[in-house]
Ligand binder design. Structure first.
Ligand SMILES: [Zn+2]
Length: 671
């Protein structure tokens, strides 16, 4: 029998025929697909005709159909509906795929063909998009080390191998320290804690095999304990254990690993001809240079620190009322901030939830897309991988544009979090392909299913990513949809969250599950007020981490990472009652791999842009201003990575983003 992953799909819109695919099909299909793709690469590398854009770059852009089909189906079900067979396949596939793709980057004959096209770039009469694809392809090979020869090449391979080991060790040490520690609580220690915290400590106790409730170092357990426990001694003990993760001495200590990682990254950047790892890393980002990142972070730092200092005085006064003298400490902040929050903006989630029905929020996200971009959504009956999945055909003026799939409910077989992926990305060459896009979330089931405010934001966020895929209108798949710089990719998603907060959207779609009444304006005001609460603290702990990350990757690598961390914090005047969101021995974003190394700033960068971009609508005719919507589609949502992100943003906004709208949104703007 033919393997359904290896044949042309004859289904509606060529959606994967999930009802015909079984787990036994994956492994043989992947082996065959990797062979097909390797043969395709060999043909391109071994072609004896003179290298041209068509026979090298466009040939590399031609999708290997078998490989795309296997990977899109496999990774969809492995993330959203796993089982032991799929987990074991994933362990088997990861090293195979890593070896396959690194062999392509290391293929010297292929690189020679790419370089030959690159060298003739000025005489090829390429479109802007083709020039961009050529530049990105060439740069990808060079950054991967393909241009290195002899000893430099050997050393690069050694460094890559060692960095992979260090990244894994860093993660495992952190997990070991987190697993190791717990603090047993007596029944009296639970006094005053809300039920959900008590439940969490009891569940943690059961999981650890303890006699009663415990506090563990899992982020959700410890932060809620620090927020609600009136026992200052216990908060201090728990906080100190949390802050010591990865720095307890012995085998699980991460400090030397961090130092070695930074030294190897600096050496790697030097081998490739960059001044520092930060210069290497930021070259491909919208920010481009360490100086641009630092400027942005410092523009946010100053008002955030001023707000945090003022808040610290208020919290200290509250602490005095409890009869405690001495300084406000990091284990006090969350506790007094929670007391203040309750006094100033008491928002009852239970009161809010009935207004946020999942189906109505899906309708709201579609209705905004219709008003902004003219999209229509029609339910589709197609076999998918789980009965909870739903599909819609997306059209505009009657023409097919995309298929959108929503898989909203939590279940044991789904990994946590929420994400958007393209099961098929948009492209026009070598053949036209329309996108199939999926949003996966972890909302609780119910009748009707009700969302929290955070859930509703997540729904809009992921749908913003989906729009970036569905409205994509480029020629080549490698730059389609969300294939953009890391510090640009969250712009469409975070921007779309703003439409959830538009009063007319909520009054139309946030209707009470029992009474059908619209959400009262006072409740909406409370929700919005609560979302900018304690932003001084949150901004300070985040920006401090981002500045330390940046300092680590500029110039000569530090010998003593903790000394460098202390110097950076002293130089910016870090408030004594706030610590870094992720101190160095726990900074997995930066040390578990290099994805966010000198890139931790990018969350803030995106937030600056989304606030600034939404302000463009407000400055024009409002949230649904048609000209702004058209500009957003033309310059950002349809363009993928076809141009430099700074150019795209400037085309949309008329200038680069400024921090004012973010400061206003976070309640940090000068009054
Ligand atoms: Zn996102």
């Amino acid at each position: 029998m033919t393997n359904p992953l290896l044949v042309q799909w004859d289904t509606a819109f060529e959606i994967a025929p999930f009802d015909r695919i079984s787990d036994a099909d994956f492994a043989p299909a992947l082996d065959q697909a990797l062979m097909d793709h390797a043969a395709q690469i060999d043909d391109i590398a071994g072609n004896t005709a003179p290298a041209t854009f068509a026979n090298v770059i466009e040939a590399l852009e031609t999708p290997c159909q078998a490989l795309e089909q296997v990977l899109s189906v496999f990774f969809t079900v492995a993330g959203a509906d796993s089982n032991p067979a799929r987990e074991s396949l994933q362990r088997e596939f990861s090293p195979k795929l890593a070896a396959h793709f690194s062999a392509i980057t290391a293929n010297k004959a292929l690189y020679a063909r790419v370089k030959a096209v690159w060298d003739q770039r000025d005489t090829l009469d390429l479109t802007t998009e083709q020039q961009r694809v050529l530049m990105l392809t060439h740069r990808g090979f060079v950054r991967g080390g393909a241009a290195l020869e002899g000893d430099a090449d050997t050393r690069m391979q050694e460094i890559k191998g060692r960095l992979a080991v260090l990244g894994t060790n860093f993660t495992q040490n952190l997990l070991a320290d987190e697993r190791e520690w717990m603090m047993e609580l007596a029944e009296a220690d639970l006094e005053g804690l809300p039920d959900f915290v008590i439940d969490a400590t009891r569940a943690a106790g059961e999981e650890k095999g303890a006699k009663g409730p415990v506090v563990t170092l899992s982020r959700s357990v410890i932060t809620s304990f620090l927020q609600f426990s009136a026992r200052r001694d216990l908060r201090q003990k728990a906080f100190e254990a949390w802050a010591a993760r990865g720095a307890n001495g012995g085998e699980t200590d991460n400090r030397a690993i961090a130092a070695e990682t930074l030294a190897l990254r600096a050496e790697r950047a030097a081998l490739l001809g960059y001044d520092s790892f930060a210069d290497y890393k930021l070259e491909t980002e919208m920010a481009k240079t360490p100086a641009a990142v630092r400027d942005l972070l410092m523009d946010v730092w100053k008002p955030a620190k001023a707000r945090a200092d003022a808040d610290a005085e208020i919290l200290t006064a509250m602490m005095r009322e409890d009869g405690i003298n001495g300084a406000l400490e990091p284990w006090d902040w969350r506790y007094y901030a929670e007391k203040r929050r309750k006094a100033e903006h008491d928002l009852d989630e239970a009161e809010l939830k009935p207004y946020l029905q999942l189906d109505r929020m899906i309708e709201a996200s579609f209705a905004c897309a219709k008003r902004l971009f003219g999209l229509e959504f029609t339910a589709l009956e197609v076999p998918l991988y789980h009965e909870d999945c739903r599909a819609w055909e997306v059209t505009r003026n009657g023409a097919h544009l995309a298929v959108f799939i929503g898989d909203y409910f939590a279940r044991g077989s789904k990994r946590s979090g929420a994400w958007c992926s393209a099961m098929r990305a948009q492209a026009k060459r070598p053949a036209n392909q329309t996108p199939v896009v999926i949003n996966v979330c972890n909302f609780a089931k119910g009748d009707p299913a009700l969302l929290s405010w955070d859930d509703a934001r997540t729904l809009f966020h992921e749908f913003g990513h989906a729009l970036h895929q569905m409205l994509s209108d480029v020629s080549y798949e490698s730059i389609s949809g969300t294939s953009v710089a890391r510090d640009f990719v969250e712009l469409p998603s975070q921007l779309y969250e703003h439409w959830l907060e538009v009063p007319e959207v909520l009054s139309a779609f946030a209707t009470h599950a029992d009474t059908g009444e619209a959400m009262p304006p006072e409740l909406l005001k409370k929700v919005l007020g609560a979302s900018s609460f304690d932003m001084g603290f949150q901004t300070v702990e985040y920006v401090a981490s981002a500045l330390v990350d940046l300092a680590f990757h500029e110039g000569a690598p530090p010998r003593d990472v903790m000394a460098t961390q202390a110097e950076v914090l002293a130089a910016i005047g870090m408030p004594s009652a706030i610590t870094m969101r992720h101190a160095t021995p726990q900074f997995a974003h930066v040390f578990s791999g290099d994805g966010y190394a000198s890139g931790y700033y990018s969350y803030m960068w995106s937030e600056v842009m989304d606030a600034d971009a939404f302000a463009a609508f407000e400055e024009a005719g409002g949230a649904f201003d048609p000209e702004r919507a058209q500009a957003l589609e033309t310059h950002i949502l349809s363009t993928g990575g076809s141009r430099d992100p700074a150019e795209l943003y400037t085309a949309f906004r008329g200038r680069l983003p400024g921090v004012e709208a973010l400061l206003k949104g976070r309640g940090l703007a000068a009054e």
